[in-house]
Design a binder for this molecule. Sequence first.
Ligand SMILES: Cc1cc2nc3c(=O)[nH]c(=O)nc-3n(C[C@H](O)[C@H](O)[C@H](O)COP(=O)(O)OP(=O)(O)OC[C@H]3O[C@@H](n4cnc5c(N)ncnc54)[C@H](O)[C@@H]3O)c2cc1C
Length: 500
Amino acid sequence: MRIKVIVIGAGIIGSSISRVLSMYENLEVHLVEKEADVGWGVSKATTGIIHPGHEEDFEKHPLRAKLCAEGNRLWRRWTREMDIPVRWPGELMIALDDRELKNAERYLEYAEKNGVPEVRLINRDEMLKLEPNVNPDAAGALWAPTAGVINPVKAVIALIENSIDNGVKLHTESQVLDVKIEDYKVKGVLTSRGFIEADIVINAAGLYSDLVSRMAGIDEFAIYPRKGEYCIFDEKAYPKVARILHPVPTEITKGVYVTTTPENNLLVGPTAEDLPKDAREDNSTSKEGLSFVLAQAERITRTLPPKSKVIRTFAGLRPEPPMGRWIIKFYEDPWGFINVAGIRSPGLASAPAIAQYVVKLIRNGLDIKLVKKRRWLPYRRSIVSFRNLNRKEQNRLIKKDPSYGNVVCMCRMVTEAEILEAIRRMRKIGVKTVTLDGVKFRTFALTGLCQGSYCRLRIARIIARELGVPLWRVTLRGEGTDYGIGDVKALLKESNFYEE
Ligand SMILES: Cc1cc2nc3c(=O)[nH]c(=O)nc-3n(C[C@H](O)[C@H](O)[C@H](O)COP(=O)(O)OP(=O)(O)OC[C@H]3O[C@@H](n4cnc5c(N)ncnc54)[C@H](O)[C@@H]3O)c2cc1C
């Protein structure tokens, strides 16, 4: 008999759990997400660092310390298997003076205890060799060569495409409203699209995980949003950094990072600002926050590109649990409920290891025998990126499919063929509403210097044509975000303007 499992939340945690659970023959896995697409929660706006694990205090946060180091190792295999764009430039914790250098020493002990290889203190000369764009007056650095940078939304998409190929069912635009319990056992979840039965419910709802936990009668923690603001520079803005740079951490935050993203943009941030509990949707940026991150970045770098080269600012919200402790546990009452809640940093780095830990909870905690599938597909390919091909390969593709010859996003050189492939893939995984943001996160169109002023309309037209809907029906990110371009009269008619 197959055991039905519902995973609530298609962020990096829920999607990693889905992938790992899809390896088992006797599990039927449903991934339930309130948004129109996947990866739009906390996981959307992060620094994207696959931390090595040497910054986690093994005494205060043993689980974080163990799973981060393990996650870093697993990501090496996972990124290869699923063709996820990643860079492994290593990380320099910059000590501006001798006192900071002394403070950085404690991370050597963490590295040793957490099993993080090759971490060592380096002097100014070696630091400058590793990173020409570091502040030349800094005293030295802690060098952790195993750090990586990933695009978190692309990672979520890859994990979910791979999960779907292995039999997981995705339910988008399905907000969980209640968890049904009978005889001290979970029976399923009530969503905005109806009831789904389940024997096991895994709560990976990020910022909302305390609310979902309460639906199951477990009211033992509250999640607070902690905001992080960022500036991202144009791809052509120089100088960039070759390594991941950040200062010596404080108790609250690892500090402001300076990195070059896998898509080749210089990224600076985040701040760390605690917000009230009800501010879970406050993604606003502020002059103070952005000035702060730029000033902090200036302290550890030699030169930053001019501020005028910032093409976008954004903010993310960390789901902060009490004392910073992840809540990853199963319950006897109600039996079958598992919290994977309050997964603040380094949640992205640790996600594959967290997923494997959840399997252990199912096996050892809930005492369920899991049977591995004989045929499980570990591989998945990314959408071909036209701009990363050489001329010969580009010409070969255009001959095969002329829509590769139609460049729709000039800044990022994204072709019509890539947009069509993104739409096809959204539909394949079960996205009900194909959105502009969905295309953006899959192809990186709309993310260049013009921020979509050239290509947004063109992409909206392609979506409208492919879906057979009026142009103004295309949305940025699902219901209520209609682009509203095209026939204005039709738009007004639809909104009953003439009747009023
Ligand atoms: C500013 C910032 C920087 C960070 N930098 C790093 C970093 O560099 N490295 C690192 O390792 N970690 C980093 N983190 C932490 C990391 O991003 C998080 O640990 C991780 O993204 C949490 O993922 P999640 O899947 O738990 O949450 P989410 O991504 O939020 O996923 C939860 C999903 O659940 C859905 N959901 C919520 N409620 C419901 C409901 N009722 N019904 C259905 N669906 C629901 C949401 O829509 C969402 O999609 C950072 C976080 C922030 C905010």
